[in-house]
Design a protein around this ligand. Structure first.
Ligand SMILES: [Fe+2]
Ligand SMILES: [Fe+2]
Length: 284
């Protein structure tokens, strides 16, 4: 077995060994979180992002990413875990007072499908590497968000659910990061990956809800400079990957939108919540 294949096989095995169902119904059976419309709305949106993995799977197939057997071996159980995240977050959102439906993607356009179809057939190695870097970023951001929201909710069962989800996101991230290290081979793949990341990257959720809904929903998190600093650590993780040195997608996105000026508009809502967050970041 070639070295790269052996590395991917080991990553898939490590993921499988650590995988296990999230028994979210049992965790939430005794949950009694205080009503909170702001957090509930964010959880509902996050549940929609998690459930969007079904559309992501169609993209994966169109771009032929699952033709790699080791990625396919990861992707199938990963989809199940993401679906469970979606269900459990929706349930928690309703416990906290949400009443609407989770957002759903309006459409996956034929044009998008065609672009992925062509890319998957003309530059498959770069497409797979890009997918794994994007996965690394999305999972890092997800675990950062879940830890942050867990630190805002005093209810122990709700915290446990969010921390359990964050642990699974951390395992997902380890797979994606390890796979990206293997797949970022040679200057052409690295150059194409850099280019595609710069062209396509947006924070998760911005392709699901419109811009103003996104900022209204997550402004209570993004308005805090400490939280933005934690998000920006994803850039260090990406920069450490082969050929991606100096790429700072998250901090550029935040700077570009001058989100720092929001501190006055979206005040951090930690009142009476006894936050456990130390600002030290999270072990991934
Ligand atoms: Fe998830
Ligand atoms: Fe995940």
């Amino acid at each position: 077995m070639r070295t790269d294949e052996a590395k991917l096989a080991r990553l898939a095995e490590e993921y499988e060994i650590g995988t296990g169902p999230l028994d979210w119904r049992a965790i939430l059976a005794d949950a009694n979180p205080a009503p909170d419309q702001t957090v509930a709305r964010a959880l509902l949106c996050l549940s929609g992002i998690e459930a969007d993995s079904q559309v992501i799977y169609r993209k994966i197939r169109d771009a032929r990413i699952d033709r790699n057997p080791y990625l396919r071996r990861f992707i199938l159980p990963w989809l199940e875990e993401e679906a469970a995240h979606g269900h459990s977050l929706r349930h928690l959102a309703y416990l906290m007072g949400a009443s609407e439906e989770s957002p759903r993607r309006a459409r996956y356009s034929r044009k998008d499908a065609l672009v992925l179809w062509v890319l998957g057939r003309t530059m498959a190695p770069a497409v797979r590497a890009t997918y794994c870097v994007l996965g690394t970023m999305q999972e890092y951001i997800a675990l950062t968000v879940y830890h942050e929201i867990a630190s805002m909710i005093p209810d122990k069962e709700s915290q446990l659910l969010l921390q359990s989800i964050a642990r699974q996101e951390s395992r997902h991230m380890r797979f994606y990061r390890g796979a990206a290290e293997v797949l970022l081979k040679g200057p052409f793949v690295r150059g194409c990956t850099r280019w595609m990341l710069r062209q396509t990257w947006r924070p998760p959720g911005l392709d699901l809800v419109d811009r103003s809904t996104f900022f209204q929903t997550f402004g209570f998190l993004l308005g805090a400079s400490l939280f933005r600093d934690k998000l920006c650590r994803v850039d260090r993780t990406v920069s450490a990957l082969p050929g991606l040195n100096g790429l700072s997608l998250m901090s550029r996105w935040l700077d570009h939108r001058n989100i720092a000026q929001w501190d006055g508009r979206y005040r951090l809502r930690r009142r009476s919540l006894g936050g456990t967050n130390t600002g030290e970041g999270y072990h991934v």
